[in-house]
Design a protein around this ligand. Sequence first.
Ligand code: C2E
Ligand code: MG
Ligand code: MG
Length: 706
Amino acid sequence: MHALALLITRDRGLIENTVESSEVESLTIECVDRLADATDRLKLHDAVRALVVDLSPFDKHEIEALRVLLHAAPNMPVLVVGDDNDLTRHAALLAQGAQDLLLKSNLDGGGLRRAVRNALARKARELAVFNDNERARVTLASIGDAVLSTDSSWLVSFINPIAEKLMGWSCAQAVGRHVSEVFQVLDGITRERIVPQMELAIQKGRTIILPSNCVLVRRDGQELHIEDSAAPIHDLSGEFAGMVVVFHDVSESRAITQKMSHLAEHDELTSLPNRALLNDRLEHGITLARRHGRQMAVLFIDLDHFKHINDSLGHLIGDQILKAVAGRIAPCIRDSDTVSRQGGDEFIVLLSEVNRAEDAELIAEKIRLAVMAPYTIDSHYLHLTASIGVSVYPNDGEDATALIQYADTAMYHAKEKGRNNSQFFKDDMNARAAERQILTGDLRHALTRGEFFLVYQPIINLVSGAITGFEALIRWRHPTRGTLTPADFIPIAEECGLIIPIGEWVLREACARAQQWLAADFKFETMAVNISAVEFRSDQFFDGVCRILRTTGLEPRYLTLELTETAVMRDFEATRIVLQALSTMGVRIAVDDFGTGYSNLSYLKRFPINTLKLDRSFIHDLPESVDVCTIVSSVIRMAHCLHLQVVAEGVETLQQLRFLKAHDCGEGQGYYFSKAVDPSECQSLLQLTKLRRGRKFQSPALRAVK
Ligand code: C2E
Ligand code: MG
Ligand code: MG
């Protein structure tokens, strides 16, 4: 059994006295004369847990001797045995670290043992407290949260290193100051000081968690967003003893959250509010407008032909244009209004307060003009126009979805009216929009159900009167609406992309028909097929033409492709390459509706064009309008100079025909000669020509000219 304590003394008498009455096994006694011997003995008995020492006879001063022994036995309680009652000496020894002082005169075995046990218990408690404190100190220094504690008078008693960093105070500076001086926290919104409320709650014994928008004002005045909680501390008797505040910096995570919510609500390209945010604002606006009996307007803005700019100049330029447009729209409206980008080339403007509908019209006009001003982007000088639809709350609709939808419908109407204008929503537009929707659905099945057919309009040589060719024109035998003409469905087909398979079908059908007639030995020069801009832009267009010519066996020289000026005007270089390839194969190119589109005629020289088809709007005014007569005769002259053929479209009267002949127009097409007719009728016309081989084709009307 191990000894409980080591008794070091030189006083034999003390030993005898003690040994007699104590349990021998609990005490190891060593008699030494010198301090050095005492420390040596200590090393020998490493299992003892307490040291009882009589310091008086040592060769060193007793305070110094005590220090040496404490150092040699750092975790042991040291009890000092002495002969006097000198209180000053006792105090000095206790201050130095002695656990207890025992009077030799009172010392017996039992007393000694009790004293040793008490000292051991005290030492154990001391150690435990030290360990706890140490653990707390290390924990507080190493956790990621800032910690501040106060005493019961709200004076700071401690701040950890993170708190030092966040607050800008060192622990030494902060300790002893009132908490509200060091820890200045404001409500992020009201800017009220929060610490007083915190103190009130804490004093009532509550733990509080502060709102997440708290702002900590650092010592240098800088502000941080923090999240914190504060809890009261109580002493053993349950009395309030101070508080502990734990807090951390949330500035960074707040910034990230803010950025994320910005991203979720804004368009990345233009930084304008997106659809979601617009809806929010619109709904909020409707609530306010309803409460105050006010009107609001929604402007749906769509750029005209933006897709073509994007396709021809590339997305990077397209993106820059969209940004520039966003920059043009914003200054046209008030701060309380919203411009948003819906994606693509669509923008929606919410005018949150309009007194009269005309105000909305004025702003729409302002925006339209702002968008129209030229753009210089990467050395490209560009013009853009926009079509704008307007809907007004509460007249047109009372909820966000309806207002946006009606503005959209009105925008379509603006497109139909020739683009670059603005239109207010009208009730009947809805019916038309619904109609359009239904027609789009029907159009999807029309091809597979074989509802399309072609009619052919003869093209006549105005000098000889012979049929030089035919123009293939599509018709749709709609299951319930009867026969529809291209104006009823081609724009829809273009919009939904169905024009591509439809156009391919037309081309194949027309080429097959031409080949069939040629094989039957009918004589004519060309089969003209209308190609929409959307088809022409498609990547597969050229290959499609080649494939169809191959499969139908039609020689390319019999095919004329009719393109409008607007179709050939976009992306000069790409157009030139495709047209050149077609022309090299022998396919002929005609510019359809000539005179209605582009004003710059230089393309006529740069592209391999064979024919100009003079738009029927000019022919219509012949020969009454002097201006038109001048235009038509000039165009014919110019075409001759450029070695282009001219076909006059929509010849309806003898007067028109006479004028055209008098001005050397080569060919014509129109009701005066023949409407577009079905293939069997074409065949009869061709048959007539064949029978009168070598003689002119003469329609009854043409014969009348002669
Ligand atoms: P377009 O190419 O200018 O075709 C001539 C249009 O004028 C045809 O109308 C024709 O019926 C009409 N027309 C012919 N002679 C006269 C006349 O003397 N007086 C009047 N007032 N009109 C006359 P349609 O068939 O309704 O075609 C309209 C337009 O639709 C065509 O104009 C063409 O641009 C387009 N189109 C027709 N078929 C197709 C097609 O298969 N594909 C594509 N993409 N577009 C087509
Ligand atoms: Mg045509
Ligand atoms: Mg035409």
